[in-house]
Design a protein around this ligand. Structure first.
Ligand SMILES: Nc1ncnc2c1ncn2[C@@H]1O[C@H](COP(=O)(O)OP(=O)(O)OP(=O)(O)O)[C@@H](O)[C@H]1O
Ligand SMILES: [Mg+2]
Length: 181
């Protein structure tokens, strides 16, 4: 999604990820109307179906890289012991193996964003929502992050929806939606 600042890109991503409720219209996820689902069961959809990647990463500064990636799995941990292995695999995939014990403050912006990507993937969501995931990164690192998202779409068969101001990124996308200001 592209469009001027304030046109509603973040709002739309929040709606699609069930973080916000619409005042009108309906939201369908995997063909199911999720608009009227009460908050008490909505959290499950959010946790299991959607992976969020934010512009400002939103990593937990007191936890190390590995622990940050495992945060979405915390409520499920007792039942699923394979998550630490999966986290390791994902960190390798995003090029961060060997940095599992570092704190977010000891990583570059691009590395922090890659931790956020690994965290978004830990529960194998069908939908990845990325709100200006390269907004804080230099051009080259931004390209790498987008290449990774593209790969997740092509080989990981994930739906990836991203809001961006980066005009060049449009060329990497299967479909571009312009929002009017
Ligand atoms: N919590 C809120 N309460 C009321 N209005 C809000 C709230 N959050 C955003 N808005 C308003 O909704 C509109 C859309 O905001 P949104 O953050 O979705 O824009 P955006 O397209 O993501 O912009 P940017 O490119 O700057 O990130 C703006 O006019 C904004 O002021
Ligand atoms: Mg925004």
């Amino acid at each position: 999604m592209v469009g001027p600042s304030g046109c509603g890109k973040t709002t739309l991503l929040n709606l699609m990820g069930a973080l916000d409720k619409p005042t009108a219209g309906k939201i369908f996820l995997e063909g199911k109307d999720i608009t009227g689902i009460p908050e008490t069961s909505l959290y499950k959809i959010r946790r299991e179906k959607v992976g969020f990647i934010f512009q400002a990463y939103h990593l937990i500064p007191t936890l190390n890289v590995m622990q940050n990636v495992l945060v979405p799995a915390l409520p499920l941990k007792a039942k699923n012991k394979h998550y630490p292995d999966r986290a390791k695999e994902l960190l390798k995939m995003v090029g961060l193996d060997g940095k599992e014990k570092r704190r977010p403050g000891e990583l570059s912006g691009g590395e922090q964003q890659r931790v956020a990507i690994a965290r978004a993937l830990i529960l194998d969501p069908v939908l990845i929502l990325a709100d200006e995931p390269t907004g804080n990164l230099d051009l080259k690192t931004g390209r790498k992050i987008f290449a990774l998202l593209k790969e997740l779409n092509l080989t990981g068969e994930k739906t990836v929806i991203t809001a961006t101001h980066d005009q060049k990124i449009k060329e990497l996308c299967g479909r571009v939606i312009f929002l009017k200001g």
